[in-house]
Design a binder for this molecule. Structure first.
Ligand SMILES: Cc1cc2nc3c(=O)[nH]c(=O)nc-3n(C[C@H](O)[C@H](O)[C@H](O)COP(=O)(O)O)c2cc1C
Ligand code: SF4
Length: 417
């Protein structure tokens, strides 16, 4: 744990989460005070220079998203924080909300100053009761202290916010589905365009950012964009709070600069498997992330580096499996998860995932001729799905098939016998 570089999580575990005095004594509000003296364009440029990219999954540059909202003309703009955190093995958003809630509030206010938004929403999940209680108390304390309200810190423009709680659908973490849910509608994905940055919450320009993206903004303004950008690797700037889970000796959150090889994270930081058996695979990036065999453990933790290996870092959840894992079963689980969580709007996902489960079952029964069919189906889902739920489910399926063909062949052979 001593090897960490804590920028986003600098205060977590050190300060009393609900003490504003503690928060300020440890650098809190310094970023906001600096931001209040800057023009909106300068604020956006600072975020662009920092290289901060969306920590929710897609890795889209935060400054560019903010600029689109800043330049949009509207009577009302919004900042929406995505705290739905549905990815398997992830808990960093929860830890920020429970351990340092004011940093998220501060980040959302700075986003408001940069874009002209005066109202913010945190969309959290009912499975996080502790985080929701603390977050609500922190918002109330910030309102009482005049940090939030008609004049931010007594001198700035208006910014206020509230917490809303979702009802537990994975797809409600997808930003357009989230916006529908926030508006009180069914959580169905919206077609893009229009981008939420132009027509988001209630049809108004809206920044949708993950908790970690927004909670990292204060340290960028406190220490300067270049300070942040000096950490990391290539276009993956700064640090990432990596969450190590599954069959691993030392699970938990480890914040470090981008670039650490995956194998170091799993074997040195995580200490290998809890079972003591050899690692067979790790799934990085939640249920839509690829499985990576130890042969890929020299891959540095970075957006482009993972992309080059047909994988994604997503929200940086690393789930470890030992040699007893059945990769055909894991591929089936990915398809089944997609079938259960699909919003039902587009055919490749709604029907494809159900057919995917059936096709994998055929392979398990010994019908090897269904393997090309599964590959074909995955191509269709990848190219034809409206959002990444259907579009990325092929990643765990195809990575399991490509890297562990023996699990598919053995199962087929055993069944045939
Ligand atoms: C099925 C699905 C689930 C998602 N779940 C989450 C989530 O739980 N939290 C999150 O921040 N982003 C999630 N995303 C990504 C969001 O759509 C969006 O890209 C993100 O909130 C943007 O914020 P960022 O730029 O700060 O990453 C999900 C995407 C998909 C397709
Ligand atoms: S891919 Fe799935 S979840 Fe996404 S829009 Fe289509 S049906 Fe809905």
């Amino acid at each position: 744990m001593a090897k960490q570089t804590r920028l986003t999580f600098a205060r977590c575990g050190i300060t009393d989460p609900l003490s504003l005095a503690d928060y300020e004594a440890h650098g809190g509000l310094a970023g906001l005070r600096r931001a209040l003296g800057m023009k909106s364009e300068e604020l956006v440029d600072e975020v662009k220079t920092s290289g901060l990219r969306g920590r929710g999954g897609a890795g889209f540059p935060t400054g560019i998203k903010w600029d689109t909202v800043r330049l949009a003309k509207a009577d009302q703009k919004y900042i929406v924080c995505n705290a739905d955190e549905g990815d398997s093995g992830t808990f960093a958003d929860r830890m920020i909300m429970e351990g340092d809630p004011f940093t998220l509030i501060e980040g959302m206010i700075i986003a408001g100053l940069a874009t002209g938004a005066t109202k913010g929403y945190i969309y959290s999940r009912s499975e996080y009761p502790q985080a929701n209680t603390i977050m609500r108390a922190a918002i109330a304390a910030a309102q009482k202290a005049g940090i939030l309200g008609a004049k931010v810190l007594g001198t700035g423009p208006a910014f206020d916010m509230e917490l809303r709680v979702g009802a537990g659908a994975y797809v409600c973490g997808e930003e357009t589905s989230l916006l529908n849910s926030l508006e009180g509608k069914r959580g169905v994905v919206r077609a893009k365009p229009p981008l939420p940055a132009l027509e988001g919450f209630m049809g108004r320009p809206t920044v949708v950012n993950n908790v970690l993206s927004l909670a990292t903004v204060p340290v960028i303004f406190e220490k300067g964009a270049q300070f942040y950008a000096d950490f990391g690797l290539g276009r993956s700037k700064g640090t990432m709070p990596i969450q190590i889970a599954g069959n691993v000796k030392y699970g938990g959150l480890f914040e470090t600069a981008f670039g650490m090889p995956l194998g170091t994270l799993v074997n040195e930081i995580g200490g290998g498997t809890a079972s003591g058996r050899p690692v067979k695979a790790v799934q990085v990036g939640g249920p839509l992330g690829a499985y990576l065999a130890p042969a890929k453990f020299d891959t540095p933790f970075g957006y482009e580096e993972f992309d080059g290996n047909e994988a994604l870092i997503g929200h940086a959840g690393v789930v470890v499996f030992d040699e007893t894992a059945d990769m055909l079963g894991m591929a089936r689980f990915a398809m089944e998860f997609c079938a259960v969580e699909s919003c039902g709007k587009c055919t490749p996902c709604r029907i494809g995932a159900v057919r995917g489960v059936e096709t994998i079952d055929r392979i398990a029964r010994g019908d090897a001729s269904a393997i090309p069919l599964l590959t074909d189906l995955c191509e269709t889902m990848k190219d034809g799905s409206l959002c990444a739920l259907g579009g990325f489910t092929p990643y765990p399926v195809m990575s399991a098939l490509k890297q562990f063909p023996e699990d598919f062949a053995t199962t087929a052979k055993e069944a045939a016998e």
